[in-house]
Design a protein around this ligand. Sequence first.
Ligand code: HEM
Length: 120
Amino acid sequence: MIKMLHLTFVLLSIISFVGRVFLAQSRPEMLEIKWIKIGPHIVNTILLITGFTLVFQGSWLSGEYGWIVAKLIVLLGYVGLGTLAIKSQGTMRWQAFAGAVACFIYIAIVAVSKHALFFL
Ligand code: HEM
């Protein structure tokens, strides 16, 4: 149940991020609309809450938890590069966008594989 909620908000998070970069590029004035401004914060807060709930529900900290630490560290990259992609312009925007999407994909693969270094 919580996992379904987590996955729903994972999807909403990436959709709202890609949507905001798209708006920043084509209709920046729309980023000032209240629900477009606040919505993603609510989505990402629920994503975090459901993530931490799953950590405790699954007693993940009592085993090998390197993958959870990796998720949290790369999450900072997703948030930081995501903000940069929305706030910057030109090449910088698209480099930050690519970096944020790469972080998101890494986090998702780590979640499924439960291995921070799944590529080794
Ligand atoms: C962009 C952010 C995130 C993405 C893309 C993401 C992705 C995923 C995915 C795809 C799963 C399902 C894995 C599976 O069914 O095998 C999952 C589960 C999980 N996530 Fe996240 N997650 C994110 C954020 C977080 C955060 C912040 C935490 C908390 C530290 C967290 C903790 C967990 C836990 C503990 C599970 C459950 C693993 C299980 O029971 O199999 N996630 N996540």
